[in-house]
Structure formats: structure tokens, C-alpha cells
Design a protein around this ligand. Structure first.
Ligand code: NDP
Length: 281
């Protein structure tokens, strides 16, 4: 497992297992147990995914010491008025006494209050590292100067068709790591059957998913691929035994369309998300 260092000195595995849309009907438990068995040591969940309980149980039942597994969860919009309560809720659901990384999931409404709450929970030892998610360049320029401490990551949509070069260059100035959500384009077939990517894969005996995840990690990003299929969970982790040449990196860099599937700056996005993921307790 390859680790990378965040700007607060915390080490994080460069690949984590994503759990968005894996239901809490035993499927999250099974998938996370499988991922840990295969060798993942970093799991990404969120209050809004409503599967923290199964993640926590899978971690406990794995028999792997807690400190060897990096857990990320996220504060939901409805909790920004009382971030400490949100953190406590995640800790309780996970059945843990600390969380390795906790993010402001969506940057709308009272972001400053939410951030101050996460800073306080970090000072209390409940969170080891704190970060943000879905911040566009415009939001980054507006919020970051108002924060007392820098986030350690910004978890954003990122894949070879949407490489997010503007926000990445802003973040690089503060040594803030990119975490790619949707690193496989959320299963986008145009990406997974791209001819250039398949050709590069042929050279190394790797599938498209492996080439894409290798590209992203080789460019310094943290990736969080999700799958419920054991063979994919396994193959998505097998990306550290080959290296793309600079020419191959440039071929993939040239695939960027600069069109992510979601626009964080779209009017009404915060309201839309609040309604879609209705966390009330
Ligand atoms: P991914 O890019 O990880 O794609 C997941 C999809 O790709 C699933 O449909 C999966 O299907 C399929 N897939 C997985 N591996 C392969 C493979 N090797 N070849 C072909 N298809 C494959 O998208 P996600 O949206 O899940 O993003 C990853 C993680 O990022 C999430 O799970 C979540 O933890 C986080 N996230 C964070 C967000 C945020 O706002 N901060 C937003 C969205 C995601 P199958 O399961 O059937 O294998």
C-alpha cells in the first residue's frame, strides 16, 4: 500500500475504497470486509451514505487493528448548525472513538461555522485530519482565506475526462491534496472503453480501470474507487506494480474535456442536495 502525507503531517493511503450508493442491507458490510481482506486500508464513507454502521462493523470484524485502517467520513449539510453533534453521530454509527479524516461534504450554507466545528473536534482528538469536498475554484478563493486552518484535502470529482486543472493548481499552492471522487467516471463507458487508455493497458497487461487509477495516483492524487464486485475491488488495487511513461501520462492528460458531470457553482445546488439526502437526526 502506497501512502502519501497530508499538509498536517498525517499519512493517508493513496487509494481508498469508496462506498457511495452501497446500501445498508448487508452489502456495505460485505464489500468493506472484501476490500479489507484484499488489502485496502482506507475506507471512504459519509453521513449522507447512511452506511457508516456497516463500515464500522466490517472494520471491527476484520480483526485488523483500528490504527491500521484509515477512515474518512463527512458532515452533511443539515448538521452545519451543530457540527459537533454531527461528528458524535458519525463516531457512534461507526462505533469508533476517532475518525482519521472528516470532511465538509458540500460547501453550501454556513460553511464557516461547519469548519470551525471540525477544527474544534480535531482539537478535541476526535478527528485526526479535516478537509472539504466539492469546492470549486470560486469557492476555494472565497472560503479558504476565511479559514483559520487549511483543509488537508478537497475531495472533488476527477477523472481523465474531467481533470480539474484549475482547482488543482490553486490547491497545490497550499499543498492541499486532491481526493478524486468518481475516479472511474462513476462507471462512464466512454472513459472505460477509451481506445487510448485500452492501448496503454495492453502494453502492461492492465485493464482500463487500472490504467485510469494509476494515472490519477501517479499524478499525485488520492483515489477512492467503489465496486461491489470482488474481482473489480481486487483489480482496482493492483496499480502499484507498473509505471506510466511521461508520454503515456501526456496522452491521458490530453483526454481532458474540462466538463465534470456536476457543477458545484450551479444555482440552487445546496438546496437540491439538502432535499435529496435528507438526514434529520
Ligand atoms: P467510481 O468512479 O468509483 O465508479 C464506480 C462505478 O464504476 C460503479 O458503477 C462500479 O460498478 C464501476 N466500477 C468499479 N470498478 C470498475 C472497473 N474496474 N471497471 C469497470 N467498472 C468499474 O464512482 P463513485 O461515485 O463511487 O466514486 C468513488 C467514491 O468517491 C464513492 O464511492 C464515494 O466514497 C466518493 N464520492 C464522494 C462524493 C463527494 O461528494 N464527496 C461524490 C461521489 C462519490 P460495480 O460496483 O458494479 O463494480
Amino acid at each position: 500500500m502506497k501512502n502519501t502525507k497530508l499538509n498536517d503531517g498525517i499519512e493517508i493511503p493513496a487509494i481508498g475504497f469508496g462506498t457511495f450508493l452501497i446500501p445498508s442491507d448487508g452489502s456495505t458490510y460485505t464489500a468493506v470486509r472484501e476490500a479489507l481482506e484484499i488489502g485496502y486500508r482506507h475506507i471512504d464513507t459519509a453521513t449522507a451514505y447512511e452506511n457508516e454502521e456497516e463500515v464500522g462493523k466490517a472494520v471491527r470484524d476484520s480483526g485488523i487493528p483500528r490504527e491500521e485502517i484509515f477512515i474518512t467520513s463527512k458532515l452533511w449539510l443539515s448538521q452545519f448548525d451543530n457540527p459537533q453533534k454531527g461528528v458524535e453521530r458519525s463516531l457512534k454509527k461507526l462505533g469508533m472513538d476517532y475518525i482519521d479524516l472528516y470532511l465538509i461534504h458540500q460547501p453550501y450554507f454556513d460553511v464557516l461555522k461547519a469548519w470551525e466545528g471540525l477544527e474544534a473536534a480535531k482539537a478535541d482528538g476526535k478527528l485526526r485530519s479535516i478537509g472539504v469536498s466539492n469546492m470549486s475554484p470560486k469557492m476555494w478563493k472565497s472560503f479558504i482565506p476565511q479559514f483559520e486552518t487549511l483543509p488537508s484535502v478537497n475531495q472533488i470529482e476527477c477523472n481523465p475526462l474531467a481533470q480539474q486543472k484549475e482547482i488543482r493548481s490553486l490547491m497545490a499552492r497550499d499543498n492541499v491534496k486532491v481526493e478524486c471522487w468518481g475516479p472511474l467516471g462513476q462507471g462512464n463507458q466512454a472513459l472505460l472503453t477509451n481506445e487510448a487508455i485500452l492501448q496503454i493497458g495492453e502494453k502492461y497487461g492492465k485493464n482500463a480501470g487500472q490504467v485510469i487509477l494509476r494515472f490519477e495516483t501517479q499524478d499525485g492524487m488520492i483515489v477512492l474507487p467503489k465496486s461491489v464486485h470482488p474481482e473489480r475491488i481486487k483489480s482496482n488495487l493492483e496499480i502499484f506494480d507498473f509505471t506510466l511513461t511521461e508520454d503515456e501520462m501526456n496522452i491521458i492528460r490530453a483526454l481532458d474535456t474540462n466538463k465534470p458531470s456536476r457543477d458545484p457553482d450551479a444555482p440552487g445546488r445546496g438546496e437540491y442536495l439538502s432535499k435529496k439526502f435528507n438526514i434529520t437526526d
